[in-house]
Design a protein around this ligand. Structure first.
Ligand SMILES: [Zn+2]
Length: 146
């Protein structure tokens, strides 16, 4: 099974689906995409994927090996994907909480959590900050260009 493909999504099952649920999903799909019944142009590729997903997930050894490859694939995708910038925020627009050593600056995220920025990070000119509650990123703007 290609690590780029989500085998669970192919079968339309949850990650914690039991063997009976998995088998039922496979049989339903195998019938729906059987070459004798389905006339879709992509049926051949589809049934190949369905078979590969089921053969992989039902076999403990193949399943474990797939999970390792899948995790490595996803980790690599995370590293190569450029951060999605939700917002550019002027440094003056941050909310200030506390003072002295405990001072920190925050900016609200639309998910309800917030971005946390420390004075040390500002002193270093750090530009990108991740939200504490989701995967969004803001870019901090120090010198507004007009
Ligand atoms: Zn967020």
């Amino acid at each position: 099974m290609d690590a780029a493909v989500d085998a669970y999504a192919v079968l339309g099952i949850a990650r914690d689906a039991d063997a009976a649920t998995m088998r039922a999903a496979y049989l339903r799909l195998a019938r729906a995409y059987h070459p004798d019944k389905a006339a879709h142009a992509d049926t051949h590729e589809r049934i190949r994927l369905i078979n590969a997903a089921y053969e992989t997930l039902r076999d403990p050894a193949l399943h474990a090996a797939y999970e390792v490859r899948r995790a490595a694939y996803l980790a690599q995708m995370d590293q190569t994907r450029a951060p999605r910038i939700a917002d550019s925020v002027d440094v003056d627009a941050l909310d200030v909480e506390g003072e002295g050593d405990t001072m920190r600056l925050t900016y609200p995220c639309r998910c309800g959590q917030q971005y946390l920025v420390t004075p040390a990070e500002i002193a270093q000119g750090q530009a990108y900050f991740g939200c504490s509650g989701c995967s969004e990123v803001i870019r901090l703007v120090y010198d507004r260009e007009d």
